[in-house]
Design a protein around this ligand. Structure first.
Ligand SMILES: C[S@@+](CC[C@H](N)C(=O)[O-])C[C@H]1O[C@@H](n2cnc3c(N)ncnc32)[C@H](O)[C@@H]1O
Length: 375
């Protein structure tokens, strides 16, 4: 199927480029008086508009799993011209049928095996509860979901700390929404057992979880074996090893929340992506970054990461007394608030960044572009 989609991608990009050039020359009000050669317009397309293979698949995914084709426009922040450029080949190649009211009907049903379906938090939670035969408590540490199967111990020495179960379900919802193809997904560090939740929710997904913590990886292996999940694990110190010599569709990193930590984890992850692009999820809380976030933004841009989404208010860590200093802040908070309330409340919040990784850096097309020219 990958070969089929690669072929479709080549045909799609060729016809999208031809249409791009023709439409800009003939039908654009803002470009009317500017005389562009096909060559210059082609350079604009190649550098700024041609999607990576995985971005193309993600756009296809958005259309085939929408109820109505027009959802594409609001989900992707794109316009009707883009929607048309996807609808045309999908309809011509009999992948979908679209009713006159915009409803999408998938004709090539086998595609569902290759492009993972989005799921809601509710569906993900229900799948976990059914398979693990437990009642999941949203606000508890995610590791509690698995405590009857493994003997995982949180280790401060590697900066581990569990997010809440509902945060983990949300992260998995995002991965399932974004994952463009059933090719391996990478977990750069996995103390929140996201690989396990992801593959329990959709057992067709393949993952590799790398981590420095051998005991954690053993727990993931136990769960993978018990529930027949397609998870591989590998003990890696990412500050030493750089190349896993495999291809991935994307990765999730929950790094050490420092400037150096974010850079090290993200650099390691993008070293495993290639010219087909990929999507990157990054959890990051502001424990010790502050205004240095500006330097991180420069780092993201230099490394071809385009911010697609920045999600606040979804990922948080429940109360825990892991480090000595946790007891100190707990004591200080009790000056105003009940112990029980503190223990039931979040301790630390994190943002979830979603990036589109550009396989190739775009080159600036030299041209004095007027302010109102839509090109
Ligand atoms: C860095 S921790 C999570 C940090 C997050 N700030 C928190 O507060 O929970 C995420 C995972 O990375 C792993 N990890 C830490 N240092 C690592 C290294 N050098 N190489 C590979 N994995 C590492 C940890 O074992 C853990 O499973």
């Amino acid at each position: 199927m990958e070969k089929y989609f690669k072929g479709l991608y080549v045909r799609f990009s060729k016809s999208q480029k031809a249409r791009f050039i023709e439409d800009r020359k003939k039908h654009s009000t803002s470009l009317k008086n500017l005389k562009f050669s096909d060559k210059i317009l082609g350079e604009f397309y190649d550098n700024y508009y041609k999607p990576t293979f995985f971005e193309f698949l993600y756009n296809v995914k958005t259309i085939i799993y929408s109820d109505n084709v027009f959802e594409f426009i609001t989900k992707q922040d794109m316009e009707d011209w883009d929607l048309y450029s996807y609808l045309k080949p999908l309809i011509d190649e009999k992948i979908i049928k679209v009713s006159k009211n915009g409803k999408v009907i998938l004709l090539k049903k086998e595609i569902e095996k290759f492009i993972p379906k989005p799921q809601t938090v509710k569906q993900i939670k229900a799948a976990i509860e059914k398979k693990l035969k437990i009642k999941a408590k949203d606000k508890q540490a995610v590791i509690n979901l698995f405590k009857k199967f493994d003997g995982f111990k949180v280790k401060a020495e590697w900066d581990q700390m569990p997010i809440s179960a509902e945060s983990a379900f949300f992260v998995v919802e995002k991965i399932l929404a974004k994952i463009p193809f059933n090719k391996k997904f990478l977990l750069v560090g996995d103390d929140d057992f996201i690989s396990v939740i992801l593959t329990l929710a959709d057992p067709s997904i393949e993952c590799l979880a790398i981590d420095i913590d051998a005991q954690l990886l053993k727990c993931i292996d136990i769960l993978a074996k018990k529930f027949k999940l397609k998870i591989k694990t590998k003990k890696v110190d990412l500050s030493e090893k750089k190349d896993l010599k495999e291809n991935f569709v994307g990765f999730l990193a929950n790094p050490v929340y420092t400037e150096a930590g974010v850079k090290e984890f993200v650099k390691f992850g993008i070293s495993q992506l290639g010219k087909d692009g990929g999507f990157v999820l990054l959890e990051v809380g502001d424990e010790a970054i502050g205004n240095r976030f500006l330097f991180l933004q420069e780092f993201f841009a230099k490394n071809n990461l385009v911010i697609d989404e920045l999600i606040l208010n979804k990922v948080y860590y429940p109360h825990i007394k892991l480090y000595e200093e946790d007891k100190i802040i707990f004591k200080r908070m009790t000056e105003f608030i009940d112990k029980k309330t503190i223990e039931k409340s979040p301790k630390l919040g994190a943002s979830l960044y979603v990036f589109n990784y550009l396989g190739k850096r775009p080159k600036r097309v030299k041209f004095d572009k007027p302010f109102y020219a839509y090109l």
